[in-house]
Design a protein around this ligand. Structure first.
Ligand code: KG4
Ligand code: ZN
Length: 334
């Protein structure tokens, strides 16, 4: 039949993005405008600044996504948008844009959970096989999700404090690295010949939960102690010690979950999925066990609207449309 073109909008944090996805799998366009340069000077995302920037760019980004796809408004089948979680002011901008467009064109509106989007980024490049387990690891999230069948999500483990990416960015700031610190720490860690040993937060033996605040405090203590004693500290040794601790715990728990739940695939998703150390380690462990590891390309790991379009297709197939009364929800449950 006629292809399904979903126009998707993602504005949950500091990326303004619109995309058109065909049949939940083919990216016709994926326009992303990052605000990193704006937030860099504040060392993190400033919510008010983020929503204002979304307002300024969202209309242009939507028009550009349609133009780049070589389509017109009349070709669209539905409008999808990230409903949550995220920054409320930022989510609202995408929500209003999506509702206006859906109303104007008489199209179904589909609200998508941001994490479902991260997981389904994989469907844009891979064939998914169920049941599967996904490690969603980003600046706002660190979760192990069991996906028994398309669109059925169960969180089996999550962070009890900071998200992994948040810990990366805080450690990065303490080491004087530019925002966001994640990619810089990754690079330093891989270059470093030595590591300062850091604690591992395993929590209860059967738990799939994570904790990164103790590790973050341990890193800050090492940095402060060196400063007080007037000792020089190699940032790369700290970076490697920190990264090894994160990767060891995260990789082991994801693998154990995949085994316990009989996953046919392990999916990596979210901004920290860009981490080369994590990809390498998980790659080794999965190879040993003959478990397929699916990782999206870097451009689909960080926030983008194509992943929202991919996840929205599952709902489109089932006619699970949202009402015009749908509200942006900063704490939306998966
Ligand atoms: O998914 P994302 O774009 O936004 C959220 O939904 O949070 O993830 C951004 C996070 C930031 O914390 C950033 O430092 C981290 O992903 N990140 C990395 C790497 N690249 C991005 N963390 C570790 N290693 C990387 N190579
Ligand atoms: Zn994200």
């Amino acid at each position: 039949g006629k292809p399904v073109y979903i126009l998707a909008i993602e504005t949950s944090c500091d990326e303004t993005s619109a995309a058109i996805v065909e049949n939940g799998r083919i990216i016709r366009s994926n326009v992303v405008s990052s605000q990193i340069e704006t937030h860099k000077r504040f060392g993190g995302v400033v919510p008010e600044v983020a929503s204002r920037q979304h307002v300024e760019t969202v209309t242009w980004i939507i028009e550009e996504s349609i133009r780049q796809a070589g389509l017109t408004l009349g070709d669209l089948s539905a409008v999808a948008v990230t409903q949550g979680p995220g920054l409320v002011g930022s989510l609202l901008v995408g929500m209003i844009a999506a509702k206006s467009l859906a109303f104007m064109q008489g199209l179904p509106l589909i609200g998508v959970h941001h994490i479902a989007g991260h997981i389904y980024a994989n469907q844009l490049v891979h064939e998914l096989e169920y049941p599967l387990v996904s490690l969603v690891i980003s600046g706002g999230h660190t979760e192990i999700v069991y996906v028994e069948s398309p669109g059925s999500f169960r969180i089996i483990g999550q962070t009890r404090d900071d998200a992994a990416g948040e810990a990366y960015d805080k450690v990065g700031r303490a080491l004087g690295l530019p925002y966001p610190g994640g990619p810089h720490i990754d690079r330093l860690a891989l270059e470093s010949a030595a590591a300062i040993s850091m604690p591992r937060a395993w929590l209860e033996p059967d738990s799939y939960d994570f904790s990164f605040s103790g590790l973050k405090s341990a890193v800050l203590a090492v940095i402060n102690q060196a400063r007080m004693k007037g000792q020089t500290l190699e940032a790369s040794h700290v970076a490697r010690g920190f990264q090894e601790s994160v990767i060891e715990v995260v990789a082991a728990k994801a693998l154990r979950a995949a085994e316990e739940y009989g996953a046919k695939q392990l999916l990596l998703a979210g901004g920290v999925a860009a981490n080369r150390g994590l990809r390498n380690r998980l790659g080794e462990l999965c190879l040993e066990r003959g478990l397929p590891l699916l990782v999206p390309p870097l451009s689909l790991c960080t926030d983008n609207a194509a992943m929202i379009g991919a996840a929205a297709f599952l709902k489109w197939e089932r006619g699970q449309y949202s009402s015009m009364e749908m509200k942006a929800d900063p704490q939306l449950k998966l």
